[in-house]
Design a protein around this ligand. Sequence first.
Ligand SMILES: [Zn+2]
Length: 165
Amino acid sequence: MTTEDRRAPAPDPGAPHMEHNDRLDLPESEWRARLDHDEFRVLRREATERPFTSALNREHRNGVFLCAGCGAELFRSDAKFESGTGWPSFFEPIAGAVDTKRDFKLIVPRTEYHCSRCGGHQGHVFSDGPAPTGLRYCNNGVALRFRPAPGSDRETRPNTPGRED
Ligand SMILES: [Zn+2]
């Protein structure tokens, strides 16, 4: 085994390719099969959903927000706040859950962030958020699933294969 092996294309495009750090690296055809049209456009094409369209804007129960692509836990409900922007907003992600990159799609550069496991685009982070971080993670609702904490009034079943912990 050499380091060359890691650059070799996956021999079976149908099999999820799990890398170190539990990364989920799927071919585009597989993402198209797993995601609906809007999810694919946001998660894999960095599209932005129209504001005030996500039911998660009004989600106020205790729980965890998961990546709609791979089920990774991205935000806790106690980090959610009302930004008035029309997108679910958080002042901090779960540690290590998202990675950022600079985004020059607009004239003013923005900081894009995405799920650190599957690379799925989630939204952009701005520096006008509330205490304690002063950050505003402006997230596409279609890129998230909500999993209520045990004892919450209503149970929704995210489309993810089981829990990890
Ligand atoms: Zn993900």
